[in-house]
Design a protein around this ligand. Sequence first.
Ligand SMILES: C[S@@+](CC[C@H](N)C(=O)[O-])C[C@H]1O[C@@H](n2cnc3c(N)ncnc32)[C@H](O)[C@@H]1O
Length: 223
Amino acid sequence: QVMLERVHPARPGWYEKLYATAMDKGMQSYEAEIAQYKSNLFSQLSVAGKNILELGVGTGPNLKYYASADGVNVIGVDPNIYMEEYSRAAATSAGLPSSNFTFRRGVGEALPAEDGSMDAVIGTLVLCSVKDTDMALREIKRVLKPGGLYLFIEHVAAADGSFLLLVQGALDPLQQFVADGCHLTRKTAENIKEAGFSSLSLNAVRLSSAYIVSPHVYGVAYK
Ligand SMILES: C[S@@+](CC[C@H](N)C(=O)[O-])C[C@H]1O[C@@H](n2cnc3c(N)ncnc32)[C@H](O)[C@@H]1O
């Protein structure tokens, strides 16, 4: 709770609600384009009977890729309370019994889980929004079991010297305002590489539907 207030002080309710609705309604073409990458990525996860934590679960667009396996337990963490009903609905339509889905209001910088308790941690488009990327990565490692997987998809800064990076830099303050603290120019791949996972498979792709957030990295890290 203390960390939640420190890294994600309460926004006005209307703002959080608007952002949740925008994420729910505005991501269709993005989700359509990213679908093939998500299918590949989540196929690396055998989740039956496993404990999974998703940070920044948002409206729950990833649940359909992994939550239908037998006996999977999912904790969805997000500071925005309006994400609860969307992610709950996404869990239900993915076939996850409601007793196996827990929404926890919280932040990546202080994950609500015991050390070494999770088989997998999932995060998509969230390290752009946390206040402290390295702290969130330390938390991801802390809650993973040895050998546990961290699956990620993140939008990142465009290449050094590119025109897009200039545009991202110019729009960054506005983006933080309209997209609840999302940063456009983070070099998140570097943070993940330096986080001390025992192995890492990291890929880069540019998505055409995503305009200023088109450069993405995705992959799997093992604790
Ligand atoms: C761009 S949305 C992505 C949501 C979802 N993961 C997806 O792929 O659609 C960013 C999410 O991160 C959440 N968020 C913001 N700050 C956070 C923090 N410090 N820790 C965890 N989640 C955070 C937001 O509330 C929002 O749901």
